[in-house]
Design a protein around this ligand. Structure first.
Ligand SMILES: Nc1nc2c(ncn2[C@@H]2O[C@H](COP(=O)(O)OP(=O)(O)OP(=O)(O)O)[C@@H](O)[C@H]2O)c(=O)[nH]1
Ligand SMILES: [Mg+2]
Length: 298
């Protein structure tokens, strides 16, 4: 699995196509996004969650995108000891990947990695993402359910609206609930949630202490319930369809950009450009001529 993912990392880096089999339509596979500010406790939370699901005999994988934790060398969690105990479990697979393509975000490579894990028998794939300084909304372009991790006393409630988190969060986790101010953050969040327009699904608000495992069972319940409901209501299928349309557009845009960049070194480009310089062509006419002249990748 690790070698396959390294292959994906290298292959995608070169822009090469990789064909990944779709998982059986009959075997459900889910992607759970965990996002939050740096140091919010995402990795520790993920470690506790992995241990929890492994106990229930569920195979689960975690991919951390560009983890900024001081831990290096591919270890994922804030708590090395906890991690080691989880990582020796054959039902658990943990991997960190550098984000490429988009700063701090979810890249095509991550999508490929998730597909690969699903296809290879890890039905539950967790993705940890962190924005630079702010929380990351990118994870919603890959996850079936999004968990947003906040901390008491960090001023996070302001970011919730500013960073567009209210739109993407299915579950809010107040982690480090052992710190002062958890109840203040909870009532602020409840206030924000109460002001959501009627008809919009209300995200759950839960408290956890990731370091002790407190609240982890409830978190997994909430995630599972969100997935169950989204599946039953058809929302999951709609989300996945929207995501795949968006992915297709993004990949096509990236391909087109590469072809335009490559064309700038050709005689054809110089020819069209000279038309602009001489005033025979407007830049718009020239650009559309350029697009028509670019050989399409198939
Ligand atoms: N007191 C307390 N500390 C916690 C809790 N959860 C995590 N921590 C600590 O917070 C620090 C950061 O935890 P991480 O799990 O590395 O946080 P992260 O969000 O993954 O960090 P980045 O990946 O760097 O963004 C570590 O020292 C953890 O031990 C908690 O519930 N309570
Ligand atoms: Mg982390």
């Amino acid at each position: 699995m690790a070698r396959l993912l390294s292959h994906i990392e290298r292959g995608q880096g070169n822009g090469g196509p990789i064909r990944i089999p779709s998982p059986d339509a009959g075997s459900p596979a889910f992607t759970i996004g965990i996002t939050g500010a740096p140091g919010a406790g995402k990795s520790t939370l993920l470690g506790s969650l992995l241990a929890h699901v492994a106990q229930q005999d569920v195979r689960a994988a975690a991919v951390a995108i560009d983890p900024s934790s001081p831990i290096s060398g591919g270890a994922l969690l804030g708590d090395r000891v906890r991690m080691q105990s989880v990582s020796t479990d054959p039902r658990i697979f943990v991997r960190s990947m550098a984000s490429r393509g988009r700063a701090g975000g979810v890249s095509d490579m991550t999508r490929a990695a998730v597909r690969c894990l699903h296809a290879c028998g890890w039905p539950q794939v967790f993705i940890e993402t962190v924005g630079s300084g702010q929380v990351d909304v990118d994870v919603s372009t890959i996850a079936d359910v999004v968990v947003v991790v906040l901390n008491p006393g960090a001023g996070d409630e302001v970011q919730v609206f500013k960073a567009g988190l209210m739109e993407i969060a299915d579950v809010f986790v107040i982690n480090k609930a052992d710190h002062l101010g958890a109840h203040v953050l909870r009532s602020d969040l409840n206030g924000l949630i109460a002001s959501l327009p009627a008809g919009q699904v209300r995200p759950d608000v839960l408290e956890t202490v990731a370091t002790s495992g407190q609240g982890i069972g409830e978190l997994w319940e909430s995630v599972s319930e969100n997935l169950r409901q989204a599946e039953q209501s058809g929302e999951l299928a709609r989300r996945r369809s929207r995501r795949s349309a968006r992915e297709l557009v993004e990949v096509a845009q990236a391909m087109l950009k590469r072809q335009i960049d490559a064309a700038t070194h050709t005689a054809m480009f110089a020819d069209i450009q000279s038309g602009v310089v001489s005033g025979d062509l407007s830049v718009w006419e020239a650009a559309s001529r350029l697009l028509r002249a670019i050989p399409m990748e198939h």
